[in-house]
Write a protein that binds this ligand. Structure first.
Ligand code: ZN
Length: 224
């Protein structure tokens, strides 16, 4: 069943069926059958543009068009097509055109809640990050979180490698390994039985003398 709803909110008065009447009622004057209950008495859908622009303040002295409604991480949020989207992206798409997949809509004005299309340019994520560092949105150098709070770094027994050693790719799983665990065992055994230098072992297995030394000293392949 479909109804043509009036856009005037004053017309959207909930009409209750009279208790005596089991079927739909006809309202005099409108001349059409109404079957409204709590579920059907929904406000008519308003155009997306209306809903969007009424949340924008264009009077900012810096020329930005400020989003005045819901925000997340400073970015405006706008509910459209069943989900929340970033308001500045919606604005760009409404006025300029679609944003190709994978591109960021970046702010020239560095104001995340600004939805003025002239203040928005398209870029890759890498460009956006570079821009963010240059403009100081990302603390680096002496402002970096680990410079300001070195005690927060997970070092020593709190490091990921100590807390979850099973998650580290060891040996051949590492992807950078030049030898296999069975070769490591063979190298250690050969050196222990004597008569061969580290350099010779390195040549035999295609690694350098310092690789061999690290294996023998158990700086690498400690788990084997
Ligand atoms: Zn702006």
């Amino acid at each position: 069943m479909s109804h043509t709803f009036s856009r005037n909110p004053a017309d959207l008065i909930l009409r209750k069926r009279p208790a005596s009447c089991g079927s739909s009622i006809t309202t005099a004057g409108l001349g059409r059958s109404l079957f409204w209950n709590e579920r059907h008495a929904m406000p008519a859908k308003r155009p997306v543009e209306d809903r969007f622009w009424e949340k924008v303040d264009k009077s900012c002295p810096n020329g930005c068009w400020e989003w005045t409604a819901k925000k997340k991480f400073g970015y405006g949020r706008f509910f459209v097509n069943g989900k929340f989207r970033q308001a500045h992206r919606v604005s760009y798409e409404m006025i300029v055109g679609p944003i190709p997949d994978g591109l960021c809509a970046c702010h020239k004005c560095d104001n995340p809640s600004c939805v003025r299309p002239e203040h928005i340019f398209l870029g890759t994520h890498a460009e956006n990050m570079r821009d963010a560092v240059i403009k100081g949105r990302i603390p680096s150098g002496d402002r970096h979180i680990l410079r300001r709070h070195p005690e927060r770094a997970a070092r020593g027994d709190r490091s990921g490698a100590r807390m979850h050693p099973e998650r580290l790719p060891r040996g051949e799983d590492n992807g950078y390994s030049r030898v296999t665990s069975s070769q490591v065992i063979a190298i250690r055994a050969a050196y222990a039985s004597g008569g061969v230098t580290q350099r010779e072992l390195g040549e035999r297995y295609g690694i350098t003398q310092s690789n061999v030394s690290a294996i023998l000293m158990r700086k690498t392949w400690r788990h084997v």
